[in-house]
Design a protein. Structure first.
Length: 149
């Protein structure tokens, strides 16, 4: 009886160790229709001409979409985008969802930098830029696009 209990416990631990990775793999092969309507609309509006490499949806409806050009977009549970990232750079025309004043600032004041990440937070945007010398700088803008620091 003791051996049966140990065997059962070992099986349960083994199962728990591999179920999340199997589930993650299954979620990695999600389809566009598995995303929230808001996320789907965002992709259609701003990235319709891009080829999707993969879509991963977590059980809580958080999602990540990666495109062939290396751009990754993370969506929150509500379907709104929370992060756009591409180590090779994100062109300003891919960021038209940002406030106009912010786009103007990024173009006019930081045009010599490459935008590598934009994160939408509760009270501000965080923008990561990389210079030609590979030095990274971070900028913060309020939700209206006003430069903070």
């Amino acid at each position: 009886m003791k051996k049966l209990g140990i065997s059962l416990l070992a099986f349960m631990l083994f199962s728990l160790a591999f179920v999340p990775s199997i589930q993650a793999q299954k979620n990695r092969n999600a389809k566009l229709t598995d995303l929230t309507a808001l996320s789907q609309e965002f992709i259609k509006q701003y990235y319709a001409d891009q080829t999707i490499d993969y879509i991963m949806v977590e059980g809580t409806r958080k999602a990540e979409v990666e495109f062939k050009d290396g751009t990754e977009i993370k969506f929150g549970r509500d379907g709104y985008w929370i992060e756009i990232e591409n180590d090779k750079g994100i062109p300003l025309d891919r960021l038209q969802m940002l406030p106009g004043q912010m786009l103007t600032s990024l173009r006019d004041d930081f045009g010599e930098y490459t935008i590598t990440e934009v994160e939408r937070m509760d009270v501000h945007y965080l923008v990561k830029l990389e210079g030609k010398n590979k030095k990274e700088i971070k900028l913060r803008y309020d939700l209206n696009g006003q430069y903070l620091f």
